[in-house]
Design a binder for this molecule. Structure first.
Ligand code: GLV
Length: 324
């Protein structure tokens, strides 16, 4: 008998086909998001699950899934999964690091530039037939990206990919990270480690790129925003909750900073209602890794993790390493 697995979102047909060769697959054909109780019900007889960041795999879900052996997240982040609860039950949790770094760095730059050059506002103006601002000499004008100072909080693989892009714009790059990256990488990226307060005070663009954990909850809140330049732009393509949305909405309303580019939100898919009326916030629906090629690589990596775990081999990307 083949092991039973659940795929919580619609994935590429070739991925489903490959899975069906080895497993008894229940696949979310219509791509309708499942509420937690439906997810729990569908997991009742499953040994593996291919999940996304929108699926909360918590105590209640795990309690309803006694046969579960592996949660293979199609994502690098795993804050949707209660990892200690999985570890306690001997359930392996895996992720897809590496394959999405450049794609996420691209989106980070897209949001940074969109906020700097007011792309969304301009798009709306053209659609309204409003050209009076086309050659305006005063406000509302944009902000230069080239030769500006970029501050990156979190200098892992994606942070470094963002810094690499900044070199092409002749930007000065400051970064803050728990540890310094190797000197050769600092030189290659023309990046200087500084204390977080200095980064906030000197940067024209502040990008957060840290994995979510309770330790970084509201890493950027009212106090941190108050340290930023009034002309600065904040970009969050990491995780909702790293930025305090209520504090950011208030700061954008009061123009304490100039703008924001946001791909992630606290409690998404819910959104702080204050963002909707803010012309100086560019918003995207958590699409950091959303290109066909990258999503395909993520699915392939997730399948390799799941297959290894269910066939008794070491998954290539195990998160709860205690279970190695
Ligand atoms: C997306 O947010 C991911 O963690 O891969």
């Amino acid at each position: 008998m083949k092991p039973k697995i659940l795929v919580t979102r619609q994935v590429f047909p070739e991925i489903v086909e490959a899975l069906r060769g080895r497993f008894d697959v229940e696949h979310n054909d219509d791509d309708r998001p499942w509420a937690p109780d439906e997810l729990a019900r569908r997991l009742a007889d499953k040994q593996g699950v291919l999940a996304t960041v929108m699926d909360r795999i918590d105590e209640a879900v795990l309690a309803a899934a006694p046969a579960l052996k592996v949660v293979s997240n199609i994502a690098v982040g795993t804050n949707n999964v209660d990892i200690p609860a999985c570890t306690k039950r001997g359930i392996r949790v895996t992720n897809t690091p590496g394959v999405l770094d450049d794609t996420t760095a691209d989106l980070t730059f897209a949001l940074l530039m969109a906020a700097a050059r007011r792309i969304a506002e301009g798009d709306a103006q053209v659609r309204r037939g409003d050209w009076k601002l086309a050659f305006a000499m005063q406000s509302p004008l944009g902000t230069d990206v080239h030769h500006a100072t970029l501050g990156i909080i979190g200098m892992g693989r994606i942070g470094q990919a963002i810094a690499k892009r900044a070199t092409g714009f002749d930007m000065r790059v400051l970064y803050n990270n728990r540890g310094r990256i190797p000197e050769a990488d600092e030189r290659r990226l023309n990046a200087t480690w500084v204390e977080r307060d200095r980064l906030l005070a000197e940067s024209d663009f502040v990008v957060v790129m840290v994995p979510y954990s309770p330790a970084v909850h509201h890493l950027i809140g009212a106090a941190e925003i108050a340290k930023m330049k009034p002309t600065a732009i904040l970009v969050n393509t990491a995780r909702g909750g790293v930025v305090d949305d209520a504090a950011l909405v208030e700061a954008l309303q009061a123009r304490r900073i100039a703008g924001a580019g946001l791909d992630v939100f606290e409690g998404e898919p819910k959104l702080h209602a204050g963002y909707l009326a803010l012309p100086n916030a560019v918003l995207t629906p958590h699409i950091g890794s959303a290109t066909r090629a990258t999503r395909m690589r993520m699915c392939e990596t997730a399948v390799a993790n799941l297959t290894a775990a269910l066939e008794g081999r070491a998954p290539p990307h195990l998160v709860n390493r205690e279970l190695a």
